[in-house]
Design a protein around this ligand. Structure first.
Ligand SMILES: Cc1cc2nc3c(=O)[nH]c(=O)nc-3n(C[C@H](O)[C@H](O)[C@H](O)COP(=O)(O)O)c2cc1C
Length: 194
């Protein structure tokens, strides 16, 4: 299958480090044979989640991206040890589309961003999505030059690894989930999504 991977950027900063790292990850995903799209929540601004007010051109555009994807990379700045508000809002809107999908995580933080990625992982698990067991954390002071280019070879290599792993594991999970949806077997978690 031709895996489709959607990168979701959730910083409002034009020169965002997390968005920069996400773009590099998507380049690597492409090199490993998957299709990619970038959804930058700075450019397509979703309204605040409201269950009864769900008509907007922005929501339609984002829905189109989400329905297209088999696999996701979520990129967030570290805001007080948690994900950005726009990322949380995105997850609130689309929780019902995440079952059987694989997720990778990127965070821009001065403190490794572990709690940020754990919180995104928790939200995804709650929606029956699968998460990569590791993420990539970037630090503006240590990993970039003054022009904003990534200079830390270790991080560049980690981004290459996640690009490769997401294509491999994302494909396996997407294929198995599709089979489970199509089969009549009732003893699978996919059965409830038929
Ligand atoms: C509201 C707010 C809260 C923040 N909280 C933290 C924090 O708890 N820990 C941390 O390491 N950095 C924190 N930062 C710094 C950002 O995570 C850091 O500047 C990051 O590089 C921003 O990512 P971006 O370049 O993708 O926007 C905070 C920044 C803002 C604006």
């Amino acid at each position: 299958m031709n895996l489709k991977i959607l990168g979701v950027a959730s910083s409002m900063r034009e020169t965002s480090y997390s968005t920069h790292a996400l773009k590099l990850a998507l380049d690597n995903v492409k090199k490993n044979g998957a299709e990619t799209r970038l959804l930058n929540l700075r450019e397509i601004q979703l309204p605040m989640y409201h269950p009864e007010q769900n008509n907007s051109p922005e929501l339609d555009k984002v829905t189109d991206h989400v329905k297209w994807a088999d696999t996701f990379i979520l990129a967030s700045p570290d805001y007080h040890g948690s994900m950005s508000g726009v990322m949380k809002n995105f997850l609130d809107f689309f929780w019902s589309d995440f079952a059987g999908k694989t997720f990778g995580y990127i965070c821009a933080s001065h403190e490794k961003g572990l709690t940020v990625m754990d919180q995104m992982r928790t939200a995804v698990r709650q929606c029956y999505g699968w998460s990569m067991p590791y993420g990539v954390s970037v630090n503006s002071d240590q990993d970039f030059d003054k022009q904003g280019n990534m200079t830390n070879q270790k991080i560049i290599s980690r981004i290459e690894t996640i690009g490769r792993d997401l294509v491999v594991y994302g494909s396996i999970i997407a294929e198995q989930y599709k089979k489970d949806l199509e089969s009549e077997e009732s003893n699978t978690f996919a059965a409830r999504y038929r």
